[in-house]
Design a binder for this molecule. Structure first.
Ligand code: HEM
Length: 237
């Protein structure tokens, strides 16, 4: 392939990504990856509720922290979080610029701008939550501050279970988690809808089913996330 052809191709990609539809597609794709992360993270975290003094959870955390593939996915995860945030800001700024105030009829426009404003507010709350959450667990796990425990086969691993119990002993932290999970639920509710729209999902038979699954996910997943700190708090009173 000639240099001109390669340049044309990369120009096309750059043009596409800087178009509104390209950015919307990026939001939907990164959002879909983060939704999958939320599901896998929840399944792992539910092990905190197994009554075995944290054995299963600590073994799982050790595996997640030492498996090369998971470490690679984890880097991708942080990359997608940052990309999702950056593209959302760029899209909002572009929408503001493209929407002249002098339109006579704005009902539909106003509705969608209210929805995107709501998404930005919810997204910002989730970002603040994430900073607090990573400081509690991820940072201590990576940079020190956790006690060690002997795992199966005599291997030493972090006692992340003990840390989780210590964090969720504080009622106000539990309250923050519960409130933020309500935010996650609303963010997901709208996120699913706009991703469906962006992907152009329009099938007579399957679209209603996909929408129902999206709705169930947006309610059930944050509910289970909120249940974990609540139950740990109650168990440790
Ligand atoms: C009850 C709720 C939750 C618990 C108990 C929990 C627990 C944890 C723990 C223990 C870690 C550290 C893992 C390690 O580094 O070894 C972690 C990492 C993380 N959590 Fe959570 N989490 C919860 C909810 C959430 C939610 C709702 C989100 C997103 C909105 C989230 C996003 C993350 C991210 C992005 C990481 C870093 C993952 C990585 O290293 O790739 N967590 N969480």
């Amino acid at each position: 392939m000639s240099t001109v052809q390669t340049k044309n191709k990369s120009n096309w990609l750059l043009n596409f990504l800087s178009s509104t539809i390209g950015r919307k597609l990026l939001m939907a794709l990164t959002g879909t990856f983060l939704i999958l992360f939320l599901l896998v993270h929840l399944i792992g975290n539910l092990q905190l509720l197994i009554p075995d003094d944290g054995k299963s959870f600590n073994e799982y955390a050790y595996f997640m922290g030492h498996n090369k593939f998971i470490q690679f996915v984890s880097i991708g995860n942080f990359f997608f979080i940052v990309l999702h945030i950056i593209v959302s800001i760029v899209l909002t700024l572009a929408n503001q610029k493209a929407r002249p105030v002098q339109y006579a009829y704005q009902a539909k426009d106003q509705k969608s701008s209210a929805a995107s404003r709501q998404m930005m507010v919810l997204g910002s709350i989730i970002l603040l939550f994430l900073i607090m959450h990573l400081a509690h667990f991820w940072a201590k796990s990576k940079f020190g501050g956790l006690t060690d425990i002997e795992l199966t086969g005599g291997v030493k691993g972090h006692n992340l279970y003990a840390e989780t119990v210590a964090v969720f002993k504080e009622w106000w932290i539990v309250a923050i988690y519960v409130v933020c999970m309500i935010g996650v639920a609303f963010h997901l509710l709208h996120g699913f809808q706009s991703a469906f729209q962006t992907f152009g999902l329009n099938h007579q038979k399957y679209t209603p089913l996909i929408k129902t699954v999206g709705l169930a996910f947006a309610i059930l997943v944050p509910f289970l996330y909120a249940l974990i700190p609540l139950l740990i708090f109650i168990q440790n009173q």
